[in-house]
Design a protein around this ligand. Structure first.
Ligand SMILES: C[S@@+](CC[C@H](N)C(=O)[O-])C[C@H]1O[C@@H](n2cnc3c(N)ncnc32)[C@H](O)[C@@H]1O
Length: 268
């Protein structure tokens, strides 16, 4: 099922998605580096890059540290944004007009699709169809990242959806903060992906998730005055005791990431 593409404001900022880039470089370096068979020229596609292609270019630079020949395609619905981006195009970096049915060329393959900060204007019930439409062009094992950040990128929440033989698995939910806005679990509520954003209400699983996290955070703080990075770390360790699937790797906790990867996938 394909959902209609919609006009959206194009606000973006350099560095806005660098927390996500750092996560992908650390946790998905194998995906970014793969070069066998169809992966040799498999692209990173950034959907909805905005009025300037800053975040596409940031990521191209970052990902090419581990895959110097990585093809990058920026996609935008708005023709004037695509035209303005052309000055940054080069042999490996392309900007094309298009929507969720991605404007790929015959033979092109895709390893990673990012769709950040563009579903706010869409209906939550359209999100599964949008994920499906985007995800169907991924190579098996490829990743779709879809979510939201605040205007500077200090707070981010994203779905990680993996292309598997059966379709697209809702593999994980990723939270990130750089701590510049302090920390409490509620910080993330307004930046949840579109399908969860208005569902932090009693009876909803995402509400239960936040309730458990807030309880773990309050318990951590009760042990003494903790600065945000340490309060965050302790709250995530407490959350991991309450909820299955919280990844408690040191690097993630030290750098402000919560990766929730439940067996059986993230609920709809
Ligand atoms: C708020 S900007 C986000 C820019 C950038 N991704 C970021 O996170 O900073 C959203 C952009 O998505 C574009 N957009 C909305 N729906 C789209 C679609 N279906 N396909 C491609 N681009 C789309 C809009 O035209 C807008 O420029």
């Amino acid at each position: 099922m394909t959902s209609p593409d919609r006009k959206t404001r194009g606000r973006t900022a350099p560095g806005r998605l660098q927390g996500l880039d750092a996560y992908l470089l650390h946790e998905e370096s194998a995906l970014l580096a793969r070069r066998e068979d169809a992966w040799a020229h498999a692209a990173f596609v950034d959907v909805g890059f905005g009025e300037h292609p800053w975040t596409t270019l940031d990521s191209a630079r970052a990902f090419r540290d581990i895959h110097p020949e990585l093809p990058v395609v920026g996609v935008e619905l708005e023709a004037h944004r695509v035209a303005a981006a052309q000055e940054y195009a080069d042999a490996l970096t392309d900007f094309r007009q298009g929507g969720f049915s991605l404007p790929l060329r015959p033979g092109e393959t895709v390893r990673l699709i990012r769709a950040m900060n563009l579903l706010r204007g869409y209906r939550p019930e359209d999100v599964p169809g949008i994920h499906h439409t985007l995800g169907q062009v991924l190579l098996e094992g490829g990743l779709l990242v879809e979510g939201s950040t605040d205007t500077s990128g200090a707070v981010l929440v994203a779905h990680l959806l993996r292309r598997v033989p059966e379709g697209l698995a809702r593999e994980a939910l990723l939270f990130h903060t750089d701590f510049s806005r302090g920390f409490a679990p509620v910080l993330f509520r307004d930046w949840l992906p579109r399908d969860f954003r208005r569902r932090v209400k009693p009876g909803e699983p995402i509400h239960a998730f936040f309730a458990q996290w807030t309880e773990a955070w309050a318990q951590a703080r009760a042990t003494g005055p903790l600065e945000p990075p340490e309060a965050f770390r302790q709250s995530v360790l407490g959350l991991a005791e309450r909820i299955e699937g919280i990844v408690t790797q040191d690097w993630l906790l030290e750098h402000g990431y919560v990766l929730w990867r439940p067996r059986g996938g993230v609920f709809q």
